[in-house]
Each structure stands twice: as C-alpha cells, then as structure tokens.
Design a protein around this ligand. Structure first.
Ligand code: ADP
Length: 262
C-alpha cells in the first residue's frame, strides 16, 4: 500500500490498513489448522525417508482445499498428521488452540473421534453390516450425530440403506463411507484419493457429495489427489513435491464436479 501524501490519502490509507488488519484477523480467527515447519522422517533400519521437509500450511474454516502432487510427494503423510493418525518428527501442528504435536495416542484418538472424518480410497465397510448399520457404528459412539438415515440421505442413498456392501457399486460404497465419516458432524473432512478406485462418472458423483457436504454443512475439507482435473473444484490448491509445498493457488472461480473429467 502506497504511503499517503495528502489528508484524503491519509484517511483512505488508514481505512485500507484497518481493512487489511480486519481481514487478517478474520483469517486468524478462522484458522482451523496451522502447521508450522513440520518434518516427518520415517526410519527404515539404516535408511531415513524424508516424507515432509519443513511444511507450513494453514487451513481455514469452511474452505475446500485440494492437495495435489505426484505419488510419494508427502500428501498422505501431511493429511495423516493433520488428522491425528500420525505425528510429525519436528514442528508444530495446531488445531485451533490445541497443539496436536504434543498429544499422546489417547489424546489423538479422542481428537480424531470428536473432530475428524476420514475418507480413504478403499471404503473399509464391514461386509456383514448393511449401509445403515455401517453408519450406525459411528453414530452410536458420537456426541451429537445425525441419524444414519440422515447421513445416508445426504449422500443420496436413501433407497439403499438396507443393502450390504456387496450389493452396492464402488461409488455407492464410497458414498456410504462418506456418510459414515460425516454422520458425527466433524469439523474437518479429510479425504485421501476418494475417487482413486472409481471411473470418471462414478468419481464425479462422489465428488458432488463431498462438495455438497463442504457447502451445506460448512465442513472444512481437504482432498488428496494426483489428478489435476479435480483441483478446479477447490478454493485453494496446494502443490506438494518431494515433501515440500511448492505453489499454493487460490481459484477465483470453482468448477462444479459435473464440469470435471479425467
Ligand atoms: P503421497 O501421499 O504423496 O503418495 P506419502 O505421504 O504416502 O506420499 O509418502 C511420502 C514418502 O514417505 C514416500 O517416500 C513413502 O514411501 C514414505 N512413507 C510414507 N509412509 C511411510 C511409512 N509408514 N514408513 C516408511 N516410509 C513411509
């Protein structure tokens, strides 16, 4: 911002400054995650694998972020650390006012159970339980859950509640997995290659469900993909390579999943 020369300029300089401060305060207040200088080194005997090399990343309330990068670039490691499935070797990860990097296993389990929904490439449904029963496994132990029926309606499976996984297509099984992840109303939804095992048409249906949950429930959502086409759906696209964040791009307009193909 240019320094003021005249009185009118001073007023507008001050008001711009106030606006900037207000917007950066809003962003700070809306910060869900703040990862600072995190590294992850996996020690495999003599060999050390540097999965993350000093990553800084904040995620904000209600945004839809795509983590994009080639296989082995550290995307899952980063997502797992944000979701409390793993811990960094160094650096800090804050979830609101809580420092996850010093949490023990019990504290991480409680954090995950109360705040995080996960969706993985493979659906991990229990084959001997119906869609409704698979979702009920989570709702029975949650504090303020939706009913399994509500969650399954949200993903468009109201007609299939009493079907077993083997009676559902891959995309439908993934939608049950999403219903299970969101039924506890998590603040954060973390998806690791959610369309990785699906054809384009089915993948689009799954992306529509994830986009709807982000939009209607305001769930902060991070989706890992190596598929650049999906990046068009995001508010922000974070590129990873070699365990580091490269470009972070904000999309000025977002694509609907229907406009995406790969
Ligand atoms: P991406 O999700 O981008 O494919 P990952 O985060 O899965 O990348 O992996 C980053 C690097 O860390 C890779 O070299 C991978 O082999 C390694 N890695 C990931 N998890 C482990 C683990 N549990 N033990 C050892 N190495 C691992």
């Amino acid at each position: 911002m240019a320094k003021p020369q005249k009185i009118n300029d001073t007023v507008s300089y001050q008001s711009n400054l106030l606006n900037q401060m207000a917007s950066s305060n809003t962003q700070v207040e809306n910060t869900v995650f703040n990862a600072h200088d995190i590294t992850k080194v996996y020690e495999m005997g003599e060999v050390k694998v540097h999965a993350l090399r000093g990553v800084d990343l904040s995620l904000y309330q209600g945004e839809f972020v795509v983590l994009l990068g080639p296989s082995g670039s550290g995307k899952s490691t980063l997502l797992n650390i944000l979701g409390g499935l793993d811990t960094p070797s160094s650096g800090t990860v804050r979830y609101h006012d809580h420092d996850l990097s010093i949490y023990d296993d019990n504290a991480l389990t409680t954090y995950r159970r109360e705040h995080v929904g996960f969706v993985f490439q493979f659906y991990n449904l229990i084959p001997s339980l119906t869609a409704r029963e698979n979702v009920a496994l989570v709702t029975e132990i949650s504090i303020n859950p939706m009913t399994p029926e509500e969650a399954l309606r949200l993903v468009g499976l109201e007609q299939r509640m009493d079907h077993f996984p083997a009676q559902l297509s891959g995309g439908e099984q993934q939608r049950v997995a999403i219903a299970r992840a969101v039924a506890k109303r998590p603040e954060v939804l973390l998806c690791d290659e959610p369309t990785g095992a699906l054809d384009v048409q089915t993948g689009v249906l799954v992306l529509e469900v994830i986009e709807r949950i982000n939009r209607e429930l305001g769930t902060t959502t991070a989706v890992i993909t190596h598929n650049a086409a999906i990046a068009g759906m995001a508010d922000r696209v974070v590129h990873l390579s070699g365990g580091e964040i490269g470009e972070v791009k904000t999309n000025t307009s977002k694509l609907s999943p229907r406009d995406i193909s790969w």
